[in-house]
Each structure stands twice: as C-alpha cells, then as structure tokens.
Write a protein that binds this ligand. Structure first.
Ligand code: NAD
Length: 462
C-alpha cells in the first residue's frame, strides 16, 4: 500500500498553492501530508508545541499506516513544514484548512470554540483572496458563523475571503489511502469562484477518479453528520439483531450475511460486537441529535442508536458475569484497546468503557494492544498493561477480544489454553474462528451467536 501511496503525485499537473492547515491532529496531519504529496506547499499549524516539534522531526504523533513515510518525504522535499505561529502559517496562504477538534460539550452539542479561535486567527493574519476551508465536522450553520467572524474582524477583506465546507471522510487505520484515493470529495460553497478554486486544489486527486460532489454549504455540513449517524445506526441495528439472535438461538453472522447480500443494504458495518467508538461516531451522533432538536425536529432514532450502542457494552459485561459468576478479583484479559484496529486512538474506545465497567465491579483487568497500550494506560490508570498477548492472558479467568487486530488471528490458542486460569473466551468482535477456539479446549462466547463449549477439557470449567 505504502508504495502506491508514494507514487509520484507531483507528476500530475497542478497549479501549486500555498496551503495552511490549522490543527495537525488525525485529520489535519493527513490533510498536510496529502496536500504536500500532490505538490502543494504546505504549512501545518497547531497550538500544541510538543506536537509541532515532533512533526518537524518527521515523527507522527499517532500511529497511522503510511503517514510517517510520506511526512518525512514531504519535509525532505521542502514542501511541508510545521509551526505554532499562526502568522507564519497563514500570512501567505492561498487556501486554509480548519481541522481543529470539535468535541462534545456536556449537553452533547458540538463545542466549536476551537473553530471560532481558528477563524479569528484567519481573520487576523490572512491575505486577500484566501479560500477558508472548514474541514472539521461541524453542525449545519457553522460556516455562516465563521463568515461572521471574518466579516467583523476583517472588514477590509471580508468581501474577498471565500468560505467553503469540505467535510472529511477518512477512516483512522486507512487514513492516508482514504485521503489520496477518496470515494468522494464533498465541497459546499456559494460561488462558482469557490468551486473552481477547490477543483484546482484537489486537481490530481480528482484526476485519478475521485467523485466530486458540489452542494451548498449547509447541505455539505449536514451531509457529514448524516453519513456518520447512518453508519452508527447500521452498527446499532446489527447489535440489536445480535441481542435478538442470542435470545432466539439464531446466528447474527449468518443474518448479517443474508442482509448484506441485498445490494439495497450492503455488507459493510454489519458486524455485531462491542459497538462503535472513537472520536467521531459517538460525539457526531449526539451533536446531530442536538442540532435536530435546536432546529425544531424531534429525531428519536438518533438517541435510540446511542442507547443500543451502550447496551452492547452492558450485554458483554452480563456475558462475562454469566461465565465467571462473581467478578470480584477475577482476572479479565482484554485483547485490543484501541477503538478499532490499525490505530492507537483510544478516544471513546469500547474496550476502555468495558475495562472501566469491569474495574468498577472489582475485577482485575489487564490489557494488551499492539499500538494503543500507552494511551490506554494514560486514560485508565487502573488498567494493567502487558506488552505481549500471552503475558496478558496468563492466569486470566476470562479473555475478551475487544479490537479485531489481525495479529489475534495467529494466536497459538493451544498455548493460550495452557496459560489461562479458566478457559473462557468472550469474542466482542466475532473475530475468532469458533472451531479453532473450541478445539483448543476453550469455551467460546461470541456476540449474537450461540455459545460453544470447548471440545475437550470440559472438567476444567464445569
Ligand atoms: P485531533 O484531536 O486529533 O486534532 C485536533 C488538533 O487541533 C489538535 O492537535 C489540537 O491541538 C489542535 N487545535 C485545537 N485548537 C486549535 C487552534 N485554535 N489552533 C490550532 N490548532 C488547534 O482531532 P481530529 O481527530 O483530527 O478531528 C478534527 C476534526 O475532524 C473533528 O471535527 C472531527 O470530528 C473531524 N473528523 C475526524 C475524523 C477522524 O477519524 N479522527 C474523521 C473525519 C472528521
């Protein structure tokens, strides 16, 4: 994959622009690297000085396949640099991406203070004619607020600044590929001049086949929330079906196969398990619900989606309790701590929600993750960490697979069986091949499928 990502993008003709990116997190850094890869001259800006120092050394502050290679290459070629000084970043920019975080406030609304601060920086430092691109996920109506800030802070330039919405659809774990080979690029704008500039900015990526969807600004903003809420709904739907399957002795994996083979439904996001997490779905779903209330529309489907997602964790705790009886002092080994494979992001990770529920019930919880252990420990200090999966499962009364990292497929389950105290495996992602688990003498408790007793060693865990 990296080789394909490293292709000489700059060979595709491009009207080079000076691009500035405000916020160099998971979206901002990928934006910096992909814009530099296609030939623009890019400056990333962040208020986090430690992050900026790392980035200037070519070190990515998070794990994302392929990003560090491209980061270093672009720095070496002189097309990418980072600064914490907004004046330096924004002064000569032709295009400015706003990629700051939009976390949830206590009431679920999106907290847009960082977007407002970014807009103030733009107003203070930008030159005439710059295009200001809102890439952060924001409620419909936010671009109008950004325009308002620009207009009032820079009366002299207001008429010449173009604000557009350009929501990001990358997925952590495949973010570099998603940015350079996206399914679609969505641009919301209010003038043909703005659309033309955005087509130039993304020229090489569009030439390689990405679909461009152009809408008005509010539609683009709302479409991003609509997509995330729909994907979360698909996950909650199959998790609701999983609960029904458990009660009816049916198999959710087969139900999902039947559903997914219908092209009107499609096979993606129909994997039952511990539910969705991460920095996007939970907060975006609630922010979307809050927006709908503010706009005067009661959209109860959205809160039901969140409730079913919480229930997926409750159900897994129940399953562990059923298998182990009392949880006090039982050792539970969690395989996978990141919110999904191929990332070290633990923000709103279902694995950590589960860990904290088990800790509350008196269990000793030990976690293993190929990339996310350090961040998981920082988030949940009572969680014990092992740096090898076999050390994590040693003396465990129960193993719970929380994140479906590929490496768990090659675990030596006979060895696992020898190490554990009780032969109990709860599969929170239906990632193990059931026969492989039970043949190793382990009892298997998948999600939404019938429990399967171990083939051998029944007497160990009667
Ligand atoms: P992040 O927390 O990884 O990064 C945000 C960055 O913004 C941080 O480095 C922070 O220091 C910086 N920042 C905050 N205020 C700033 C300011 N005033 N000036 C400069 N920098 C500032 O967040 P993220 O995951 O990159 O998400 C950013 C936005 O993109 C959010 O709205 C998110 O919902 C959206 N989004 C995220 C993903 C994803 O997979 N992470 C995908 C699509 C969209």
């Amino acid at each position: 994959m990296t080789q394909r990502l490293m292709e000489a993008w700059v060979e595709t003709p491009l009207e080079q622009m000076n691009v500035a990116v405000i916020g160099t997190g998971h979206v901002g850094l990928i934006t910096c690297v992909s814009m530099a890869a296609i030939g623009h001259s890019v400056r990333g800006m962040d208020i986090d000085e430690a992050k900026i120092a790392k980035l200037n050394l070519g070190i990515s502050p998070f794990h994302e396949p392929g990003v560090e290679d491209l980061l270093r290459k672009s720095i070496e070629q002189g097309r990418l640099s980072f600064t914490s000084d907004p004046g330096e970043a924004l002064g000569d920019a032709d295009a400015i991406f706003i990629c700051v975080g939009t976390p949830a406030r206590a009431n679920g609304e999106a907290n847009l203070i960082a977007v407002e601060q970014a807009a103030r920086d733009v107003a203070r430092y930008t030159k005439s004619g710059t295009i200001v691109i809102e890439k952060s996920t924001v409620p419909a109506g936010t671009a109008r607020r950004v325009e308002w800030v620009l207009k009032h802070e820079r009366v002299d330039l207001a008429a010449e600044l173009l604000v557009v919405s350009n929501p990001e659809f990358l997925r952590e774990g495949s973010a570099m590929r998603d940015a350079l080979y996206p399914d679609r690029i969505l641009v919301g704008a209010e003038s043909s001049q703005a659309f033309t500039r955005m087509r130039r900015l993304y020229g090489p990526i569009l030439e390689r086949g990405a679909e461009l969807i152009e809408t008005d600004i509010a539609t683009a903003e709302l479409a991003k929330h609509a997509c995330n809420a729909f994907l979360a709904m698909k996950i909650s739907y199959i998790n609701g079906i999983a609960r029904l399957c458990e009660l009816a002795d049916a198999d959710v994996v087969d139900v999902a196969r039947v559903m997914g083979s219908d092209p009107r439904i499609g096979p993606h996001f129909l994997s039952a398990g511990l539910g969705y997490g991460g920095f996007c779905f939970p907060k975006d779903l609630i922010a979307f619900e809050r927006l709908s209330v503010q706009l005067g529309y009661d959209f109860p489907l959205l809160s039901a989606v969140a409730r079913i997602n919480d229930d997926a964790i409750d159900n897994t705790v129940r399953k562990i309790r059923d298998a182990l009886w009392n949880l006090e002092d039982k050792r539970v080994a969690l395989l996978g701590l990141a919110f999904k494979p191929d990332t070290d992001d633990v923000r709103f990770s279902p694995a950590l929600t589960l860990a904290s529920r088990l800790l509350d019930e008196g269990a000793v919880v030990v976690g293993y993750d190929p990339q996310a252990a350090t961040d998981a420990k920082a988030e949940l200090p009572d969680l014990l960490i092992e740096h090898d999966p076999y050390d994590a499962v040693r003396d465990a009364h129960c193993i719970v697979l929380c994140t479906e990292w590929a490496e768990f497929q090659s675990l030596d389950l006979d060895r696992v069986r020898e190490l554990v105290a009780y032969p109990v495996v709860v599969d929170g992602r239906n990632a193990f091949e059931p026969d492989r688990v039970t043949s190793a003498g382990l009892h298997y408790y998948p999600t939404g499928r019938p429990d399967m007793p171990a083939h051998a060693l029944e007497s160990v865990h009667a």
